[in-house]
Design a protein around this ligand. Structure first.
Ligand code: 3PY
Ligand code: MG
Length: 253
């Protein structure tokens, strides 16, 4: 498992975002020069079968695989780890209690209540024996709580203080809905920029990892300067559209 090691190098990691229910497509993303691939079960079309098959394709391409579960599906969080994913992203974590429940599902005792059965993970991460996996999983597999409301931002320090939470992931679209009091969606809101910088700063201070969805890929260097460790780029259809636009532009010039 090497996501944590890559994060510790402290260079911005760029993850692709797999939403199509296709392990072929996730594997194709993993073959591109992204640093990692995230499989999205919250808003993506993935079901369990496609998500787990995608995890296998990504790991077989020697890239770290992350999975975003649907809201409140902590049962899927530990299953994702059993399937070899190195990190799980839990959306809409708005309180310490929600963060604690997520962390409990993600960590083996004494930190949490994860149940033993990482057979697929052991097959895919062949550097591990069962014993070494058990000893290192709480440290190496990452529980990442999404911060996407004012309520979550207010609870940030307490969420970051939980031993079973390894990092946070900012969802700027949902955060903008909450920030505007439900007036609209604008992930690039000017009045959120300071908050985004503040989240990265407080996360680093707590010794944890900060991630964000870069709706505009050109914002990634700015997020790196703010202190983010991971920026997620586009969805797989968005990636195809962007590639097609460049290709067609060249062909029609
Ligand atoms: C958001 O921006 O709300 C997200 O969840 C990004 O994935
Ligand atoms: Mg969101």
């Amino acid at each position: 498992m090497h996501l944590k090691e890559s994060l510790e190098r402290d260079e911005l990691l760029l993850t692709a975002w797999s939403t199509s229910a296709s392990a072929e497509m996730a594997g194709a993303l993993a073959d591109c020069p992204f640093d990692a691939v995230t499989v999205d079960m919250q808003h993506g079309a993935h079901d369990e079968a496609s998500a787990f098959a995608s995890g296998r394709s990504i790991l077989q391409a020697s890239k770290p695989a992350l999975l975003r579960i649907p809201v409140g599906r902590n049962d899927l969080a530990s299953r994702a780890l059993d399937m070899g994913f190195e990190a799980v992203i839990a959306p809409m974590i708005n309180s310490v209690a929600e963060a604690e429940a997520f962390a409990r599902a993600m960590k083996y005792p004494p930190l949490g209540e994860r149940s033993w059965g990482p057979m697929r993970a052991l097959a895919l991460h062949s550097e591990h024996t069962a014993e070494s996996y058990f000893r290192s999983a709480n440290r190496e597999t990452l529980a990442i709580a999404m911060i996407e409301t004012r309520q979550a931002h207010a609870a940030l320090d307490d969420i970051l203080a939980l031993a079973g939470i390894d990092g946070v992931f900012v969802g700027p679209s949902d955060l903008s809905i909450s920030w505007s009091g439900g007036e609209g969606v604008d992930p690039n809101r000017e009045d959120m920029q300071e908050v985004l910088a503040d989240i990265a700063k407080r996360t680093r201070k707590a010794g944890k990892f900060a991630a964000i969805f870069a709706v505009d890929p050109a914002a990634a260097p700015r997020f790196a300067k703010m202190g983010y460790h991971i920026a997620a780029l586009n969805t797989d259809p968005g990636t195809i559209h962007a590639g097609a636009a460049v290709m067609l532009d060249k062909a029609r010039r």
